[in-house]
Design a protein around this ligand. Structure first.
Ligand code: FES
Length: 293
């Protein structure tokens, strides 16, 4: 049995959309990701510096700590060991610290996704995790007021709620492909293939071409022609409909900015570099192939 019914139910909750519409810019403003230093803050929170979604890394902290707490709680309940109880209290506290970082990075990611199912599921995921965190805060308070049994019960409830939230997080990654490199299945041609007559590529034009089935973006800047995967690694946006900014291109969907020189992410939310291709001119044709790097 799965809890897919929960996903189906969330999909139908239209009332979540206006809440999300208001929350996304509010969160971006609160986190400072839209301000003057916004791109730097956003790159840290998204994990651009890491080449991997930072949120996904941090989720292991509260999940691991709270799972350990459940085991220590069970041992305390069975043996009456105060040492086990103190251990449980300590890992719950560590889990709460980890949950703060997990929440901030998750909200930064969520503030950059478009409307519809992923956004609704992401919002529900966040609300469930907030509920789980509240359970653990209340559990710690009960433990300190010597109501350890009630504290353990509340912690168990928190673990169940965070488990459901984790299921929704997994759905976003494995079903909706959030945080996944959307260029990972691209196969640039091993040998040079012609993609466009050179005369047809205008200066500073974002031109989409096809290289053996792979969408490629061509850009001419003076004597240089750049070739880079046309599908944005973040969520698959069309870079050919984006904006050229000097020697970088900005995605029209959520604003990720990539260097045309080497494909690296200059600004997130994407955390994955764009594949670049090697370019040459032969017989008046622009030809591309897989980069040596
Ligand atoms: S698809 Fe999101 S930034 Fe390109």
């Amino acid at each position: 049995m799965t809890i897919n019914f929960l996903v189906e139910a969330i999909k139908k909750q239209d009332w979540l959309e206006p809440i999300a519409e208001w929350l996304q810019p509010t969160i971006a403003a609160a986190l400072g990701t839209d301000g003057a230093v916004g791109p730097k803050v956003a790159n840290i929170l998204h994990g651009t510096w890491l080449g991997h979604p930072f949120h996904v890394v941090l989720t292991d902290v509260p999940i691991g700590c709270w799972t350990a707490a459940a085991i220590l709680d069970a041992l305390e309940a069975k043996t009456g060991s105060r040492a086990m109880g103190r251990g449980a209290d300590a890992v719950i506290t560590a889990g709460l610290v980890g949950a703060a970082g997990t929440a901030i990075t998750g909200l930064a990611d969520w503030s950059k996704i478009g409307g519809g199912e992923p956004r609704r599921i992401g919002l529900t995921h966040a609300l469930l995790n907030a509920t789980a965190t509240a359970c653990y805060v209340a559990s710690l308070c009960l433990r300190r007021s010597h109501s350890r049994r009630a504290g353990r019960q509340l912690a168990l409830l928190g673990l169940i709620v965070s488990g459901v939230a984790a299921y929704l997080g997994g759905h976003l990654v494995y079903e909706k492909k959030l945080g996944v490199d959307h260029t990972a299945d691209h196969s640039p041609p091993e040998d040079f293939v012609p993609v466009l007559p050179e005369a047809k590529l205008l200066e500073n034009q974002l031109r989409r071409v096809d290289a053996n089935g792979m969408p490629v973006l061509l850009v001419r800047r003076g004597q240089r022609i750049y070739a880079i995967a046309e599908t944005c690694s973040h969520l698959g946006g069309p870079l050919s409909e984006g904006k050229l900014e000097d020697t970088s291109v900005r995605c029209p969907w959520h604003g990720s900015c990539f260097s045309l020189e080497d494909g690296r992410v200059i600004e997130g939310p994407s955390v994955h570099a764009q594949p670049i291709l090697k370019v040459r001119i032969r017989d008046g044709q622009i030809e591309v192939r897989k980069s040596d790097r």
